[in-house]
Design a protein around this ligand. Structure first.
Ligand SMILES: [Zn+2]
Ligand SMILES: [Zn+2]
Length: 334
């Protein structure tokens, strides 16, 4: 990536760095925030050689040293945001801030047991995922370990409290659904919102069922959008794509997207009962079989919508030969 394309100067001396990702998302936004003494880095990115190189070049181009990084702040625990935190901490000695819940999840995933992979397999297989595709997903998941290592030492921050960033006070807002434990940061004075992946422009944040966590993540996500839509925002700083201004409109679009998706699923299930994997393929296409990373997200998101429908009595399921099959009545007929 060329430097001018990679770094965007924002106002107040903030900078957005596009840290490359080896997936269809292409990059994650990292923000460099000037402090009295040094800089805070928000969401340093996934650990890859390209990302390490980019950070070396970025620091160099501004005449900075690793020790100029005085704090690392994480919006949430997903590897594309959290992955480089430990690496950056090792070099800078900076504290890493995230919520306790996010940290617990990171430890569950990358803490050296295969409990999470086992629970995910159990969930996906009982929802129709073929064995060979599940193996691909588990391998893909294990492949993330070097991209999130070393693990950082974490200092906890809490939703509802305030947090200083760039000489301004920010309200920490609980932002569940995409990642439980995730935070948005709001500065009421300048009306900026750092929204992580909770609200993204042009792409819909993934909402996944995570085994052992909330049964209806979609309900939490939609409620969170409702709460976020009440904030006056002039500049939203997202985890992916570009900073944007129409924050409230975007929360409404995301709500509408999920309403359409739910009604589309009910129609498909009214036509013929399906297990979650079949429904996932009918929605996202069979080409996902070649992309275990995207297949994992698509399957977990399909389950999030199905659980939401079932908990609201809008779909029902029966287990046949160990696999859950869903059915529904036509959305339009209710
Ligand atoms: Zn995320
Ligand atoms: Zn992300």
């Amino acid at each position: 990536m060329n430097q001018s394309d990679t770094i965007t100067e924002l106002s107040e001396g903030w900078r957005r760095v596009k840290v490359p990702l080896p997936f269809s998302l292409k990059w994650v936004n990292s923000y460099i925030v000037p402090e009295n003494m040094g800089y805070t880095i928000i969401d340093p990115g996934l650990r890859t050689e390209e990302a390490e190189k980019l950070w070396d070049e970025t620091l160099q181009s501004y005449g900075l040293d690793w020790s100029d990084i005085v704090r690392i702040v994480l919006t949430h625990q997903h590897p594309d945001h959290y992955g480089l935190a430990g690496y950056m901490q090792e070099r800078s000695g900076a504290p890493v801030y995230m919520t306790e819940r996010s940290h617990r999840y990171a430890e569950r995933l990358w803490g050296g047991t295969d409990e999470y992979a086992g629970a995910l397999s159990g969930l996906f297989l009982s929802n129709g995922m073929p064995d060979e595709l599940m193996n691909g997903i588990v391998q893909n998941l294990a492949g993330f370990l070097p991209r999130v290592s070393p693990q950082p030492e974490v200092t906890y921050i809490k939703a509802g409290s305030s947090f200083p960033l760039g000489g301004r006070e920010w309200l920490l807002i609980d932002a569940p659904g995409h990642a439980f434990g995730g935070l948005c940061f709001y500065d009421a004075a300048k009306r900026w919102m750092i929204c992580g992946d909770q609200v993204l422009p042009r792409i819909t944040p993934n909402v996944s069922v995570v085994p052992g966590e909330e049964e209806d993540p979609l309900a939490h996500f939609l409620e969170s959008l409702e709460r976020l839509s009440r904030f006056e925002v002039v500049l939203a700083l997202p985890g992916h794509r570009d900073p944007f201004a129409d924050f409230r409109e975007r929360t409404a679009e995301l709500q509408a997207f999920h309403a359409r998706r739910l009604s589309d699923m009910r129609d498909r299930l009214a036509e013929r009962p399906m297990n979650a994997f079949e429904l996932c393929e009918s929605l996202f296409g069979a080409q996902l079989r070649n992309n275990p990373h995207n297949l994992r997200f698509a399957m977990a998101e399909t389950l999030a919508h199905l659980f939401h429908l079932e908990l609201r009595g809008l779909a029902s399921s029966r287990t046949r030969s160990g696999i859950k099959v869903y059915q529904s009545e036509q959305a339009g007929e209710r």
